[in-house]
Write a protein that binds this ligand. Structure first.
Ligand SMILES: *[C@@H]1O[C@H](CO)[C@@H](O)[C@H](O)[C@H]1NC(C)=O
Ligand SMILES: *[C@@H]1O[C@H](CO)[C@@H](O)[C@H](O)[C@H]1NC(C)=O
Ligand SMILES: *[C@@H]1O[C@H](CO)[C@@H](O)[C@H](O)[C@H]1NC(C)=O
Ligand SMILES: *[C@@H]1O[C@H](CO)[C@@H](O)[C@H](O)[C@H]1NC(C)=O
Ligand SMILES: *[C@@H]1O[C@H](CO)[C@@H](O)[C@H](O)[C@H]1NC(C)=O
Ligand SMILES: *[C@@H]1O[C@H](CO)[C@@H](O)[C@H](O)[C@H]1NC(C)=O
Ligand SMILES: *[C@@H]1O[C@H](CO)[C@@H](O)[C@H](O)[C@H]1NC(C)=O
Ligand SMILES: *[C@@H]1O[C@H](CO)[C@@H](O)[C@H](O)[C@H]1NC(C)=O
Ligand SMILES: *[C@@H]1O[C@H](CO)[C@@H](O)[C@H](O)[C@H]1NC(C)=O
Length: 442
């Protein structure tokens, strides 16, 4: 009885939260949910009045916070919402909230008389992006199986990955079966991708989990980077619903490593050529019928002083504060590959590293993180031995004191120019890119 009331209050609460404009949603939900918990422990008679108070409290909070939502430099956690228990007014229904409405006009593909959605690539950009993403799904499928098969249950237990977490790994591999099937279904008959053979850099449970964490990070970012640019929006819909699952895998791997799982406010996007440059090195052989990937393969950028995120005693956890390996200003030491290095499935043609011939010498390290590309001038550039260094940038999202720094697993490239880029034109970095890698910036 009591739990039924609790659910009703929760449902009303959630819809109130969803309809509230421009509020910090997490803060509001927490305040409202604690109200719900409080109200649920009261007698059933008081629950009805609690319900109206909760809704009222949610909208009060909304208007109180929306006026400051634009002020990005102030803390989003600063304002304290009104406590519902102090509210003594009455609830009157909002006439605009009742009755069946016509949907707002506009939107793409919403016309009931328009053509039905076509879940296939519309052009070469769509096709190549989908082929790349299918290669990514297959390496994940293979990697998760490979990791599970490579280590004993005792070795997994020692790393804090218990039987239930191993089942989650198994289930993630099955999710990849689903994703690769959906993507292949959208590919034309002459461009189907089959699973390849791979070589992996892991030699322990912890290095397997860490590699999976990095690989899923470029997997999700690689798709976010092109999704809004696809011509085929129906295809984008399927890819969106796949890649959000992958983002949850990425977070689960961070938790298995005992890291703070979300050290950012936004997930970054990546150009396809960056994702492909990071992926192709692990593919050793593919069926000859597999389509080629027509994105660039950049020389890899290595971080010589890359911190190891896991230690012998690190254990999985929902969240830890294990995130202070670098400080802004810490010197990052880079080395990079030459042009013309062969990699990938050599027997079926392979791929070679290359940069745009009009790109100049490396002058900046570009940190690709959250919504931003943050450039730092390179120091000690040695183009003969291909080494350089750069300090970790001092960055706060929106210049807010609570804004995350360059943090978590982020991507770094070397470029010849510090071209100003925002999320939707990030791919313009490609012609300036000389090497691509990643940094454990925790
Ligand atoms: C992958 O490896 C297996 C086992 O060594 C081999 O039988 C198979 O032919 C390889 N696949 C490709 C595409 O080379
Ligand atoms: C946090 O990091 C410390 C130092 O590397 C390590 O000893 C500890 O096990 C880590 N904790 C977790 C939960 O991974
Ligand atoms: C983690 O950091 C937060 C914020 O500084 C702090 O409130 C919390 O107590 C820390 N946790 C541990 C285990 O130190
Ligand atoms: C990453 O974020 C955590 C938590 O805010 C912070 O303790 C740590 O110093 C940050 N790391 C860097 C490199 O900024
Ligand atoms: C990061 O990028 C966002 C979106 O382009 C921008 O609004 C913000 O100002 C940038 N942050 C900083 C500190 O430059
Ligand atoms: C490149 O490295 C070699 C061997 O360490 C060294 O002898 C040479 O001086 C370096 N080149 C430059 C330009 O520093
Ligand atoms: C953040 O602060 C720096 C230094 O004061 C300034 O150069 C930059 O323009 C600011 N960025 C934003 C987005 O306000
Ligand atoms: C990228 O987009 C921003 C606007 O968001 C614009 O100011 C900038 O000039 C663009 N970069 C290039 C290289 O066109
Ligand atoms: C190389 O970069 C230049 C300048 O952005 C561009 O015009 C050209 O198309 C690029 N070349 C190739 C092969 O992409």
């Amino acid at each position: 009885m009591r739990s039924t009331f609790k659910l009703a209050v929760l449902a009303a609460t959630l819809s109130a939260v969803q309809s509230a404009p421009q509020v910090h949603p997490a803060r509001q939900l927490i305040s409202v949910l604690s109200s719900v918990v409080a109200s649920a422990t009261e007698s059933a008679a008081s629950v009805t009045s609690s319900l109206s108070s909760v809704i009222e409290s949610a909208s009060t909070t909304a208007s109180a916070e929306s006026s400051t939502a634009e002020d990005a430099s102030s803390s989003p956690y600063a304002s304290t919402p009104t406590s519902f228990s102090s509210y003594t007014g009455t609830y009157s229904p909002n006439p605009a909230a009742t009755g069946y409405k016509n949907l707002p006009p506009g939107g793409v593909g919403t016309d009931p008389n328009g053509p039905p959605p076509d879940y296939s690539p519309s052009d070469e950009f769509d096709l190549q992006s989908l082929i790349l993403a299918t290669y990514q799904e297959y390496i994940e499928l293979d990697l998760f199986h490979n990791g599970l098969a490579s280590y004993s249950t005792g070795e997994f237990d020692d790393a804090g990955i218990d039987e239930s977490q191993r089942y989650l790994l198994q289930f993630m591999a099955e999710q990849e079966v689903g994703h690769s099937t959906a993507f292949n279904n959208m590919l034309p008959p002459d461009s189907k991708v089959q699973i390849c053979n791979y070589t992996y850099p892991h030699d322990s449970v912890r290095s397997f989990i860490d590699f999976s964490q990095v690989l899923t990070r470029w997997g999700e970012a690689g798709v976010y980077g092109f999704l809004p640019h696809l011509t085929s929006r129906p295809m984008a819909q399927i890819m969106l619903q796949s890649i959000t699952t992958e983002a949850k895998q990425q977070e689960a791997f961070a938790m298995m490593e005992g890291l703070f799982p979300q050290v950012y406010w936004f997930n970054m996007g990546l150009p396809q050529s960056y994702a492909w440059s990071l992926l192709v090195q692990y593919i050793s052989a593919c069926p000859p019928s597999n389509p080629r990937v027509n994105f660039n393969v950049f020389p890899l950028l290595f971080v010589l002083n890359q911190p190891q995120l896991y230690s012998d005693d690190s254990q999985s956890a929902v969240a830890t504060n294990n995130t202070s390996l670098w400080e802004p200003g810490s010197s990052i030491e880079f080395a990079w590959e030459a042009n013309g290095v062969q990699k990938g499935p050599i027997e079926t043609g392979g791929y070679a590293t290359a940069v745009n011939s009009s790109a100049g010498a490396p002058r900046f390290a570009a940190f690709i993180h959250q919504l931003n590309v943050t450039y730092v001038p390179l120091e000690d550039v040695d183009t003969e031995n291909r080494t350089a260094s750069a300090p970790l940038p001092d960055f706060r999202m929106f210049n807010s004191t609570n804004g995350p720094n360059v943090n978590g697993t982020v991507f770094v490239s070397l470029v010849d120019e510090d071209v100003y880029l925002t999320p939707y034109n990030l791919s313009l970095i490609v012609d300036h890119t000389l090497a691509v890698g990643y940094l454990h910036a925790y």
